[in-house]
Design a protein around this ligand. Sequence first.
Ligand SMILES: Nc1nc2c(c(=O)[nH]1)N(C=O)[C@@H](CNc1ccc(C(=O)N[C@@H](CCC(=O)O)C(=O)O)cc1)CN2
Ligand SMILES: Nc1ncnc2c1ncn2[C@@H]1O[C@H](COP(=O)(O)OP(=O)(O)OP(=O)(O)O)[C@@H](O)[C@H]1O
Length: 253
Amino acid sequence: MNHNAQAQHAIDLMGRVANPTPVMAASDPISNVAYFSSSAANSQALDTTDLSRNEIRKLVRQSRNCINQDEQEQLALIASRHILAEIQASNAKHVALYRANDGELATDKLIETLWQEGVTTYLPRLHPFREGQLIFLHYDKQTQLEANQFGILEPKLDVTQLMPAFKLDVILTPLVAFDIHGNRIGMGGGYYDRCLGALTPQALAFGPPAFQALTPPIAIGFAHDCQQVSHIPVEAWDIPLAMIITPTRRITP
Ligand SMILES: Nc1nc2c(c(=O)[nH]1)N(C=O)[C@@H](CNc1ccc(C(=O)N[C@@H](CCC(=O)O)C(=O)O)cc1)CN2
Ligand SMILES: Nc1ncnc2c1ncn2[C@@H]1O[C@H](COP(=O)(O)OP(=O)(O)OP(=O)(O)O)[C@@H](O)[C@H]1O
């Protein structure tokens, strides 16, 4: 991609995007973007009372896959603008993201903007031999990507590019469904559950003394509005997200 094209993306993300019309305007302290309030948002969530995790997964995956390409692009731009404001406000310098799959909110323009803003970005890769675990590798425009077993692009394995997860400032977390309390259901592999579970203050307290002084990364969910559900059946291993950003909502449980 040439320099002009990148600059165009930055303009798109920083300026061109139309704000959604809020039902209940709550002024965002970070930018002048208005969001629905979290409580108003819950009344629009899909009623998932009595549904299993697999049933919720199936329904929500279907609904996010129904969003057409044009709308996907617009929604990703709007949500990217919101998450960019969060990243800048928290002064995060090392941010893990994901490459979109299965109707997830796209992150490609967000990533290009982060590069321009001097933020270092990382992508997850399935651990080469520890099943169910993720590693994070540095990602810039030179990084070679390859598809994993699920068809998701991830950086080729290069140990010089490894980033320990506890050194990240923000982990932008993909998810299938979320609720107002920050609970999430993912694609079903338990990858992010294990990763976030190892980064809680309680987990870090079991590590060497230096780990106890660490500030764990902030896990922020990034999702379409249609991925919000009324109830998530919570399991013992679930780690709630600190924040969820959608094109119209900023949920802080
Ligand atoms: N974009 C993105 N990257 C990600 C995740 C994610 O949710 N989104 N992950 C989050 O953990 C990890 C990958 N986890 C995944 C788990 C299952 C499937 C999946 O498509 N499962 C198929 C069944 C495949 C099979 O049985 O072999 C399916 O459910 O249809 C995809 C990703 C790491 N990278
Ligand atoms: N911290 C953990 N330690 C061990 N096993 C775990 C842990 N977290 C999840 N698992 C296992 O992973 C499996 C999948 O979990 P779950 O259905 O919650 O995944 P998910 O949240 O949908 O996926 P992901 O986190 O990859 O997006 C479960 O059977 C569970 O036993």
